[in-house]
Design a protein. Structure first.
Length: 483
């Protein structure tokens, strides 16, 4: 099972705990900050904002925890396993603190927001707790701990977007970068803790987004991914960036997601634009038509379905049915064609899900033929609507079996979808050396498939036409056209 998952880059509830450590950045500052980030790309992006804020306060970053003066864990609460991993890590850091008692330990992100001061009581080692909207306050919080007290700020803002802060791009390959375009989420998917930990939805000023994209292009970057929990819900006006408040006004001169996509695509035709995540109920035809209009907007949509059964989708409060979702996929295919990549998230074993309802997820997968999927078993999160209203009554054993079924189904589909590319030529943006061999390079197609090909003399950050001659479920293999 583990091999299967590793082989095809599919993630189950245990594998999805990606961890990132910000690398060394030495400018001769007096103190050293170590940040370890868990969970989603949004957290990795936030850690770069934190590093940027603290750099101005005299901090370099280190990737060696034993060298650090301050250790931050930027945490995830999406599944119970994610929180347990952080607690285990804190126990390890405890032994480090025995040898170096002056080290400061902070917990940032979703777990900080969810547990607030309780975290200080439960984890004695923690000195500082800061929620996702409190990062501008970190210099003050660090100073407070320096003065001998514990420090907490878990205030959730209705406006904060960190729009004016340029993140330090420490984890970058110099070719692709993430740009956060909004924060929070106004949906109430019943299983999800995000609205509780990241607050109300706010959209970032589009001019600051375009400025960041232009600066990245000037630095040699050739691809940006616009990030948000629900990017299609993006809505900004000069007077108001809070979605709920903006909806109550009669403002006409607002920018929506289709408008933002076009603005970023106009930065340069050689700058590729991607985005994630799309909520099926919010993605509009306007967005699909804008994607079709610009060659440099990548033809790939992450469109999480969560379940293929309408009763379960309704219990999840997702705002669509199986048929409606399939209709949306049809429109995507009509406007963007069969080559457009479509990926998904699936949760198996949600409260009261029967075997027959689980099979509906498998048949929906057959109908859509996803290129890729992240698959999880349901993990009840305290305080969510599902935890309050429903019983987590599907056994671990059944959840595990259903997860294995969706993973092996997805494996078949990934392979089938990749096989369709054999014999085709794709424009690939080169990201660097292949992970497996320095004699090969790798990049991605517009539809977000990884392509591996012989290195030759090409350099990363350039485009090359690759003819595909073979594939696995995870990778396309090809040759530079004409060679
Ligand atoms: N905002 C995005 C969306 O709506 O698709 C993604 C949010 S979440 C960070 C990523 C994925 O985690 C979700 O799409 C869902 O499949 C999964 N997830 C969220 N809550 C979960 C839970 N309680 N148990 C298992 N998986 C969960
Ligand atoms: Fe969670 Fe739903 Fe918001 Fe995604 S759209 S972050 S799943 S509440």
């Amino acid at each position: 099972m583990k091999n299967l998952i590793g082989d095809i880059d599919l993630l189950d509830g245990n594998e999805a705990l990606a961890t990132h450590v910000l690398p060394d950045y030495k400018t001769g500052q007096s103190r050293k900050l170590y940040i370890e980030s868990y969970g989603c790309q949004m957290n990795f992006s936030d850690s770069e904002i934190v590093a940027s804020i603290l750099r101005k306060e005299g901090f370099d970053t280190t990737s060696d925890i034993s060298q650090a003066d301050v250790v931050f864990l930027n945490t995830c609460s999406i599944r119970d396993k994610a929180e347990q991993t952080v607690r285990n890590r804190l126990a390890q850091i405890q032994s480090l603190k025995k040898h170096k008692p002056e080290i400061m330990v902070g917990v940032l992100g979703c777990m900080a927001e969810r547990l607030k001061t309780k975290l200080l009581e439960e984890e004695r080692i923690v000195d500082l707790v800061a929620g996702p909207d409190a990062y501008r306050d970190l210099p003050k919080l660090v100073a407070q701990v320096d003065d001998g007290s514990k420090a907490v700020n878990t205030f959730l803002s209705r406006e904060e977007t960190y729009g004016d802060i340029t993140p330090v791009r420490l984890n970058s390959n110099g070719v692709t970068a993430f740009i956060s375009i909004m924060r929070g989420c106004d949906n109430m998917c019943s299983f999800c803790v995000v609205p509780l930990t990241r607050g109300r939805e706010r959209s970032r000023d589009p001019h600051s987004i375009v400025k960041e994209a232009s600066e990245l292009f000037a630095l040699g970057y050739r691809e940006v991914t616009l990030l948000g929990q629900n990017v299609d819900s993006y809505k900004w006006s000069a007077a108001e960036n809070n979605k709920a408040r903006l909806e109550k006004t009669d403002a006409r001169d607002f920018v929506n997601f289709a408008g933002l996509l076009a603005m970023v695509a106009e930065v340069n035709p050689d700058l590729r634009v991607r985005f994630s995540t799309s909520h099926p109920k919010d993605i509009t035809e306007d967005v699909l038509v804008t994607m079709a209009r610009y060659e440099n907007i990548c033809k790939n949509i992450h469109l999480p379905v969560q379940s293929g059964n309408s009763r379960i989708i309704e219990l999840m409060n997702r705002g669509y049915s199986r048929e409606w979702y399939l209709g949306k996929v049809k429109v995507i295919r009509q406007i963007l064609g069969n080559d457009c990549g479509i990926s998904s998230d699936m949760i198996v074993g949600f409260c009261s899900e029967t075997d027959a309802e689980h099979r509906d997820t498998l048949t929906l997968m057959d109908e859509v033929q996803y290129d890729f999927a992240y698959m999880f078993f349901y993990s009840e999160r305290p305080g969510t609507p599902a935890a309050k209203k429903f019983t987590d009554d599907v056994t671990e054993e059944v959840k595990q079996r259903r997860l294995e079924e969706v993973i092996s189904k997805q494996r078949e589909h990934s392979l089938q979808r990749n096989r369709l590319d054999i014999g085709k030529t794709h424009r690939v943006l080169i990201e660097g050396a292949s992970k497996r061999s320095a004699a090969q390079m790798q990049g991605r197609t517009s539809s977000n498939k990884v392509v591996v090909f012989p290195a030759g003399t090409r350099s990363r950050g350039t485009y090359v036409n690759i003819r595909i001659h073979d594939c696995t479920a995870a990778t396309l293999l090809g040759q530079v056209e004409g060679e």
